[in-house]
Design a protein around this ligand. Structure first.
Ligand SMILES: Nc1nc2c(ncn2[C@@H]2O[C@H](COP(=O)(O)OP(=O)(O)OP(=O)(O)O)[C@@H](O)[C@H]2O)c(=O)[nH]1
Ligand SMILES: [Mg+2]
Length: 472
């Protein structure tokens, strides 16, 4: 609600507010200006999730960098496999979650390490492990989101993938490009040059230029930093420009804390001096940490949700509708393909009478048993049932009627014995067998009696349609 300012316009803007003016302002105030505070309080209470994956050849310093980034020692117990193990080795996924709290804000940080990446002779396997992991998290989220209870969904989707490039090459290798091509539509890739302390400043600049060229030429989509808002202050804009100019980040990691001039630093001690991990002149470590944690964490999550997960979700939904369409088409008989109409079932007004097991029918079934057939799971052979038909008929008749009336089918009669039967060819090959199930013959007799009665009723009432084929 806007009020007319009237004669107040002539007042100096610096004049103190009168009591009336103050009351006027309170009346103009609706209260929605506190919405950002409410959202902020709620998000802080709920806490934040972030999942970071590190990918790159074994030994490039992935775990060391993670320890340096989050000031933790997460990989103390790692055992390095020997050469023979490494030839066979497959990449494993190591998931570590830690809850960090800073000024009352809780962050549930999950690190997905891929130790052993590229150890095996064939790299396809390493790629598959990473890609499957990312897809699996999307799938899980999609299932949870489509479920009934969506309250406590845990978001394990990978929000960022740090891709480690070795410092010793001239640019990206074929295997780097191939993996990036498989990953770039699924996750935000941020490329880092590992062990940058082994390169001179000129070498770092040259390698960065070559990597960016390769990425451009191979149409790989890296994580793109969003444009800085025009109303941001100059200091933030400068920081943003520097971040963008440093890509791909040349990083150094260290698990050791050194004491230099009375100050504790994470660094690497060499005979000629110390590399300070956090010194911007030595590496882009601080820029990477600022980007990941302070400035772009939310944007990485937004891109994951709005672009990568949305792609995955669209694919899933299109697959589900495709399957549903196919199932719908399959409902109609292919013999009737010219006229895809479901058959009309005429409503009937009669009710099926209660089934009663009659001695005459039962005795007929027992006498007609094929004695060459195998016995069922209860071990009673058909010959015994056939020969003892006169004595067994009244007993079985009573049992069947009793079971039907109570609605209880003895569990022993439900046990099936699965037996492989050779079809043809070598008997040593499992593929030359087909499975058959052997049920207790007594239970099959009961089933047959019900079937006879059921069929009689269906035919008598003219319920079975002419177009019905197959099993009744
Ligand atoms: N020069 C140099 N060495 C490093 C750096 N980071 C790690 N290292 C060393 O490289 C070796 C391997 O480091 P890790 O962090 O275990 O390597 P990783 O990539 O996790 O290896 P996997 O777990 O086998 O995949 C260790 O001896 C580290 O001390 C770095 O920035 N510069
Ligand atoms: Mg490691």
């Amino acid at each position: 609600m806007l009020r007319e300012s009237g004669g107040k316009q002539n007042r100096s803007p610096f004049a103190p507010e009168s009591r009336h003016q103050h009351q006027d302002r309170d009346r103009d105030y609706i209260g929605f200006a506190t919405l950002p505070d409410q959202v902020h309080r709620k998000s802080v209470k709920r806490g934040f999730d972030f999942t970071l994956m590190v990918v790159g050849e074994s030994g490039l310093g992935k775990s060391t960098l993670i320890n340096s980034l989050f000031l933790e020692d997460l990989y103390k117990t790692r055992r390095i496999p020997d050469v023979s193990e490494r030839i066979q080795k497959t990449t494993t996924i190591e998931r570590k979650t830690m809850e960090i709290e800073e000024r009352g804000v809780k962050l549930r940080l999950t690190i997905i390490d891929t130790p052993g990446f590229g150890d095996a002779v064939n790299c396809e396997d390493s790629w598959r492990v990473c890609i499957n992991y990312i897809d699996e998290q999307f799938r899980q989220y999609f299932t949870d989101e489509s479920g009934l209870n969506r309250r406590n969904i845990q978001d394990n989707r990978v929000h960022c993938c740090l891709y480690f490039v070795p410092p010793w090459g001239h640019s990206l290798r074929h295997m780097d490009l191939e993996l990036m091509k498989r990953l770039h539509h699924k996750v935000n890739i941020v490329v880092v040059i590992a062990k940058a302390d082994t390169l001179t400043t000129t070498e770092v600049a040259k390698l960065k230029k070559n990597i960016l060229n390769d990425i451009r030429e191979n149409h790989i989509q890296m994580y793109e930093f969003p444009e800085c808002d025009s109303d941001e202050d100059e200091e933030f804009k400068q920081q943003d420009r520097e971040l963008k100019a440093s890509v791909p980040f040349a990083v150094v990691g260290s698990n050791t804390t050194l004491e230099i001039a009375g100050k504790k630093i994470r660094g690497r001690q060499y005979p000629w001096g110390v590399v300070d991990v956090e010194n911007p002149k030595h590496s882009d470590f601080i820029k990477l940490r600022t980007m990941l944690i302070s400035t772009h964490m939310q944007d990485l999550k937004d891109v994951t949700e709005d672009v990568h997960y949305e792609n995955f979700r669209a694919q899933c939904i299109s697959q589900i509708s495709q399957h549903a369409r196919e199932r719908g088409e399959r409902r109609y008989s292919t013999l009737d393909s010219s006229e895809k109409q479901s058959p009309n079932i005429t409503p009937i007004d009669s009710h099926m009478p209660e089934i009663s097991f009659r001695r005459r029918t039962l005795r007929k079934i027992l006498m007609g048993l094929n004695t060459n057939k195998a016995c069922g799971s209860d071990g009673i052979p058909p010959i015994v049932l056939k020969k003892c038909a006169p004595e067994l008929t009244p007993v079985l008749c009573m049992l069947f009627n009793y079971s039907y009336k109570l609605g209880i089918f003895p569990s022993n009669w439900k046990i099936a014995r699965l037996q492989p039967v050779p079809i043809k060819g070598k008997k040593t090959l499992p593929s030359n067998y087909r499975p058959i199930t052997l049920l207790s013959i007594i239970s099959k007799i009961m089933e047959k009696t019900i079937n006879i009665e059921l069929m009689e009723y269906l035919e008598h009432s003219d319920i079975i349609n002419d177009r019905q084929y197959g099993f009744t």
